[in-house]
Each structure stands twice: as structure tokens, then as C-alpha cells.
Design a binder for this molecule. Structure first.
Ligand SMILES: Cc1ncc(COP(=O)(O)O)c(C=O)c1O
Length: 501
């Protein structure tokens, strides 16, 4: 096995992250050279920037129609896309359709879809059960703003999986976490909420705080600042959201003491995503719940990414800790937009008695409920999770083997249907550890995968793959082959660095 190659300096590498934004606004910021300035380098060895530039050239040559549409779109779509997260380097990819585990772009290229629409497509594309449920409902009406039988079946299934008895529905993750925070405030009569640095919970005011903060805005590690994640967020809101590090129980204890009788509750991703995948420290979540309850404050789990994908009962099932409120969205609708908010009887009685006005025209929309019912009862089955686990292991072991063979300082982290390569050999336990990872490796990896027919989520180091119930071992082998090609190419850069240091 090759000797372990040092990856370049792990100094904060966030130049792609423009101020106040979770992800870059500039689709084509150039790759940073990874060798020290002025260092002697054998002419034959490419730098990481050279490799990225070559791969970006291939990318653009493969996608002329995407390029044409991207240019045309700038006049009608602000920024040429329908959400900032659809911007990718070197250009956005325009899609034609999906089928099973595959995606097809407008240039006719086929991809194994491990992007999963940012964690939605656990069912894969055009799954027969989802198609049948949606087709059936379309012919019977797509909107009533009245409850249907499917809503009851969905609530029953969510209740038995997640251990929370009562449910309401919404349309996006943002709405779900907004309702959860309103509920925590309504129940306690308090305004302050605690949020973890680097967690993304949607784009409403209370949680658009310290999502992907710039180092100069972050404050001390033991007392993180509340940094607005976007313009347009009133300071009054930002000030009510107090920031702590992930798995840092002492920080929560300090905040509760410093804001005595003011904290309504805390929102946390029980397994932190949007920063690769960071598992909680053992015992953290159970102790957190106890600590918050001792201070008459509530605990909300944001399981918008982990719900159904970390396992059949999300991170609640993985960690064994049940919060007061859970927020679900993304994968639960089988590709149709839906969200769910589950709560204890104690929490939900404040909805029942009208204390908290929980409303929405499209809540419990019949089309969304039909798709969610099919997802829960026919797609996300025990057999499907067994298959996904085999594929997860195949992807994890295969990628890890290629990384080890080429001696890269990187590792694979996976849970359930989700996984990612973390480009460091240092421990990553919170956002600050994560921020120090050089993003250019993830970008280079993304390009190798894309040009090799595998679509991963564009914003490399933050995002994870999603394996669907329709993937098979050939799909995973295509992914692993690309990891091997990437690792072989990057190992050369490592040698250059070694010789330059
Ligand atoms: C953990 C988490 N919470 C909330 C959201 C917001 O969900 P949505 O984009 O559906 O509003 C996201 C979206 O990426 C997320 O990853």
C-alpha cells in the first residue's frame, strides 16, 4: 500500500462561500492552487487545480445543451436557476428525466443518481408504487383543503416509526422547522432558541443564523456568535437565536444559565448533515433532552435529511432518543413535496386547544398524502432497508479501499442510505472541524463522478450521497470505479506536495 499522502494545508478553505450564504453564489470561482506559493514542482505532475481544470473542460464538452440553456435562462430565471443550490461549477446541469436509479441530462448523458435531489429520492425515480398512487389521486382531484383517509394512514405509520403520537403536515422542510420553533415558543411563552453552529434548518428568520458563517463572524469556539446567514434577516431575530457547537453539552448548560427562564427550546439535527455526516457524541442527545427538560425547555429534532434515510425510523431509530418534536420532509413524500411535524401529546395539545395556530392551505394535500402513504407502506419497507444496507456497505468499503490503496488522507462516513467521503484524517466533530477541510478535493471528486456517469450533490464537502431502493450493485460499482480513478489522480498531487514541503 502506498504511504499515506498528506492532503494540502487544512487552513480554512471557504473561498467558495460568499458572505452570508450557505453555498457559493459564484458558479465558476477558480480552483485554488494547492501547492505552496513558489514551491518547486516537477513539471510532469499536475496540481489539484490542473486536475480540476481538466475535469471541468470535460464536463463542459459533455454538456453543450446544458450550457446553452444556462445562458438562455439568465434572462428569465434570476441567476439562471430556480434555487441557488442548483448552481454548480462549472455550470448548472439541466435535466431531462429520471428512471429507476438513473438520471438523464438534456444532452442525453446518463447518470447513476446519488444526488437524490438533495436527499429526497429514496424511492428512486418513477417508482411504480409512487406512480400508481399519484396517478390514482390525480384522477380523483389534487386539492381539497380537507382531510383525506391517506392523512390518517400516514400519521399512523409515522407515529409507529418515530414514537410520537400526533402529527400535522406542511409542504417543505422550512415550514416544518418554522412550525416547530413557533410551537416551542408558544408552549413555553419564551423567545430564545438554541441552535447548533453549521446546522441548516431551512430559510426562515429564526434559523438563518450561523448556517455557514465566515470564520471572522464566528466568535470564539466556546462562545459562538450568532451570525446572520443571509441579508434580509432582522437583527432582532438573529439575537434570539443563541449558537452552540454540535455535541457540546456544556455550552447548552451555559446558555440555559445565562438566559434563565428565557429559552423556549433547542433545534438540532440529531445526526449533523449539511457538514458531511457528523455523528453525535455518545450520550449527547439523551443528556440534551434531560438538560432542556430540567429547564422547562423543549427539544426539536430536525430529521428533514435523516428521516427515512438514516434508517426506517431516521435518527430517532439510530440513536434511541425521542425528542418532543420531530420535523420530517424530503424523502417522506417519494418525490412529492410534503413535510410532517410530529409531537408528544403534551406538545400537540397546544395545537388541539388552539394555543398555536397551525395552518396552511396545502397542508395534508391529497396528492402529497397519497404519495407519502405509498412511500411509507410500499417503498420504505424492511426489505428495502436490508438491500440499501448491503449497497451502503459496498459503496463504503469500495471507496475506502480505493482511498487506502492510494494512501489519501480521507475516509468514508455512512449511515443508512447516506454517505460521504471526508477529505481529512483529522477528527470532525463539529462545524469548525468541518470548515477546515479543503473543499477543492470534494469538487474534484464530484467532477470525476459526474464525468464518469454518477451524479452526486454539487456542493461537495457539505453534502451526502443518497442510495435509493432502486439502486443495484452495478450502480455502486460505477461510483467506486470513479473513486478509484479520482484517488489515483489525486495521489499524484499528494506526492507533489510531499516533495514541495
Ligand atoms: C436539515 C435540513 N433542515 C431543513 C431543510 C429545509 O428544507 P426545505 O428545503 O424543504 O425547505 C433542509 C434542506 O436542505 C435540511 O437539510
Amino acid at each position: 500500500m502506498a504511504e499515506k499522502q498528506a492532503l494540502p494545508s487544512e487552513s480554512s478553505h471557504h473561498q467558495n462561500q460568499s458572505a452570508g450564504q450557505r453555498r457559493p453564489a459564484t458558479p465558476s470561482s477558480p480552483g485554488r492552487p494547492v501547492t505552496p506559493r513558489g514551491a518547486a514542482r516537477p513539471a510532469t505532475r499536475p496540481t489539484l487545480a490542473d486536475i480540476i481544470s481538466e475535469q471541468e473542460g470535460i464536463f463542459i464538452r459533455r454538456q453543450p445543451e446544458s450550457g446553452r440553456l444556462a445562458s438562455k435562462a439568465t434572462s428569465a430565471l434570476a441567476g439562471g436557476v430556480t434555487s441557488n443550490w442548483q448552481i454548480s461549477r462549472p455550470q448548472p446541469v439541466w435535466l431531462s428525466h429520471g428512471s429507476g436509479s438513473k438520471l438523464y441530462d438534456v444532452d442525453g448523458n446518463e447518470y447513476v443518481d446519488l444526488h437524490g435531489g438533495y436527499g429526497v429520492s429514496l424511492a428512486g425515480h418513477a417508482h411504480p408504487a409512487i406512480v400508481a398512487a399519484v396517478q390514482h389521486q390525480v384522477t380523483r382531484g389534487t386539492h381539497f383543503a380537507q382531510p383525506t383517509r391517506d392523512a390518517l394512514a400516514v400519521a399512523a405509520q409515522l407515529g409507529s416509526r418515530f414514537g410520537l403520537p400526533q402529527w400535522r403536515f406542511a409542504n417543505s422542510g422550512t415550514e416544518a422547522t418554522m412550525d416547530a420553533i413557533h410551537l416551542m415558543r408558544a408552549i413555553t411563552g419564551r423567545d430564545v432558541i438554541i441552535k447548533v453552529e453549521g446546522c441548516y434548518h431551512g430559510h426562515h428568520d429564526s434559523v438563518q443564523v450561523s448556517v455557514y458563517p465566515e470564520p471572522e463572524d464566528m466568535g470564539d469556539a466556546d462562545r459562538p456568535a450568532s451570525a446572520p446567514a443571509s441579508t434580509g434577516i432582522p437583527k432582532a431575530f438573529t439575537d434570539l437565536t443563541v449558537i452552540v457547537g454540535f455535541s457540546d453539552l456544556a455550552a447548552v448548560e451555559r446558555v440555559l444559565a445565562e438566559h434563565k427562564d428565557q429559552v423556549a427550546g433547542m433545534i438540532v439535527e440529531p445526526i449533523m448533515m449539511n457538514a458531511g455526516i457528523i455523528m453525535p457524541k455518545p450520550g449527547y442527545l439523551a443528556a440534551l433532552k434531560e438538560l432542556l427538560h430540567a429547564n422547562q425547555a423543549l427539544l426539536t429534532f430536525d430529521e428533514i435529511k435523516t428521516g427515512l434515510t438514516a434508517g426506517p425510523a431516521g435518527a430517532i431509530g439510530v440513536t434511541g432518543v425521542t425528542p418532543d418534536i420531530v420535523c420530517l420532509a424530503k424523502a417522506i413524500g417519494g418525490g412529492v413535496s410534503v413535510a410532517a411535524i410530529g409531537g408528544t401529546a403534551e406538545v400537540m395539545k397546544h395545537v388541539t386547544n388552539g394555543d398555536y395556530e397551525m395552518v396552511g392551505t396545502f397542508n395534508g394535500n391529497p396528492l402529497a398524502m397519497a404519495a407519502t402513504r405509498a412511500m411509507l407502506y410500499e417503498v420504505a419497507t424492511p426489505e428495502a432497508y436490508t438491500k440499501i444496507d448491503l449497497l451502503r456497505r459496498r459503496a463504503t468499503d469500495g471507496a475506502q479501499e480505493a482511498i487506502a490503496r492510494h494512501g489519501l488522507a480521507a475516509r468514508v462516513v455512512s449511515v443508512g442510505a447516506k454517505g460521504c467521503i471526508v477529505f481529512t484524517d483529522r477528527p470532525v466533530g463539529n462545524f469548525r472541524d468541518f470548515l477546515a477541510i479543503n473543499d477543492e478535493y470534494s469538487h474534484a471528486h464530484w467532477l470525476f463522478q459526474h464525468n464518469g456517469g454518477v451524479f452526486l450533490p454539487p456542493w461537495g464537502k457539505a453534502e451526502q450521497w443518497l442510495i435509493s431502493v432502486q439502486h443495484d450493485s452495478a450502480d455502486i460499482d460505477r461510483f467506486n470505479g470513479n473513486v478509484a480513478r479520482f484517488a489515483a489522480s489525486i495521489a499524484g498531487v499528494g506526492k507533489v506536495l510531499d516533495s514541495a514541503q
